[in-house]
Ligand binder design. Structure first.
Ligand code: FAD
Ligand code: FES
Length: 279
């Protein structure tokens, strides 16, 4: 994996169809050359370029945590050429990977802090990676209270349902799952993420808040976070710009002087406030 433009082959070990509309699937991948696993050192919040022969490549946030050995996971929403090709693949087939890319979440900064995680849609995938990392027994004592607020449009669109059930049982995590609209079987919370965040009102002292999700969710959640007292320096967002090289070379993803692929995709709101509103 010395040439950053050259993809390494990975085998699809498993595929989970996450949503009832079948548009979102999670792929578990392993390196064909096991030696590449040690080279692919990543942290939650980073992404990689996945490629399918003859179809091209695209960036995807890494949905697994480095504490999960042997596999790397990606949660893929089917919207176009490459994502449809991925959705049509079966376990045993091969895809290419380039990465890890981007900065990831600032794990050292989060140590000994309260961590508030707010995610919606498939934007939750890298926050799922972060939550899994923080909850791992080798890491849990390094972080204070962990609050996760996760929402989807409907119960059938919630991702990682088995994991959510496991997290719900834990005493060292406050988990709040919400849907915009319930169905006849749904007994959980109903409400939009900004309103639920306001209701739960996580405390801002000694805390960082991390937000990832659809633009509308972010737009309406940020004022609530500000109202709760989280300063822009302790508000972290992950951006999803169009990208090509992923390496800060092609100029496809810049906002002002920053390249989202190299300087991000994770930025503090304070950093974003200093940039043009091109995201
Ligand atoms: C850092 C980063 C992390 C990402 N993580 C994930 C992830 O975890 N899971 C996931 O499913 N997707 C993720 N994406 C988005 C993903 O890269 C695109 O969905 C993918 O490139 C679409 O490829 P395609 O060939 O299937 O679609 P295309 O055939 O290229 O496009 C289909 C349609 O989608 C639009 N489109 C393509 N890319 C984007 C984009 N980045 N933003 C908005 N609209 C777009 C096109 O204009 C077109 O209308 C991420 C993007 C970035 C930059
Ligand atoms: S994608 Fe090429 S510079 Fe960011």
């Amino acid at each position: 994996m010395n040439n950053p433009y050259l993809p390494s082959p990975m085998r699809i070990e498993g595929i989970v169809t996450e949503t009832e509309d079948r548009n979102i699937k999670t792929f578990s991948l392993s390196f064909l050359d096991r030696g590449n696993e040690a080279v692919f050192k990543y942290i939650p919040g980073q992404f990689a370029e996945l490629s399918v022969l003859g179809k091209g490549e695209a960036p995807f946030g890494i949905a697994s945590s480095p504490t999960q050995k042997g596999i790397i996971e990606f949660t893929v929403n089917k919207i176009g050429l490459l994502t449809t090709a991925l959705h049509n693949m079966e376990p045993g087939e091969t895809v290419g990977i380039r990465g890890p890319l981007g900065n990831g979440y600032p794990l050292t900064t989060l140590q000994d802090k309260n961590v508030v995680i707010i995610g919606g849609g498939f934007g939750f995938s890298t926050l799922r990676a972060l939550t899994t990392f923080l909850l791992d027994k080798s890491n849990r004592n390094s972080f204070n209270n962990i609050t996760v607020i996760y929402g989807a449009r409907s119960p059938g669109l919630l991702l990682y349902k088995d994991e959510l059930r496991e997290w719900e049982k834990r005493a060292d995590l406050q988990l709040y799952v919400t849907v915009d609209k319930g169905d006849k079987d749904w007994e959980g919370r109903v409400g939009f993420i900004p309103a639920i965040t306001k209701e739960i009102a996580p405390r801002a002292d000694n805390a960082y808040v991390l937000v990832c999700g659809p633009p509308a969710m972010i737009r309406f959640t940020l004022p609530v976070i500000e109202e709760l007292g989280f300063p822009p320096e302790r508000t972290l967002l992950s951006l999803e710009m169009r990208m090509k090289c992923g390496l800060g070379k092609c100029g496809r993803c810049n906002i002002g002087s920053k390249y989202v692929c190299r300087d991000g995709p994770v930025f503090t709101l304070a950093e974003l406030n200093r940039l043009p509103r091109e995201y």
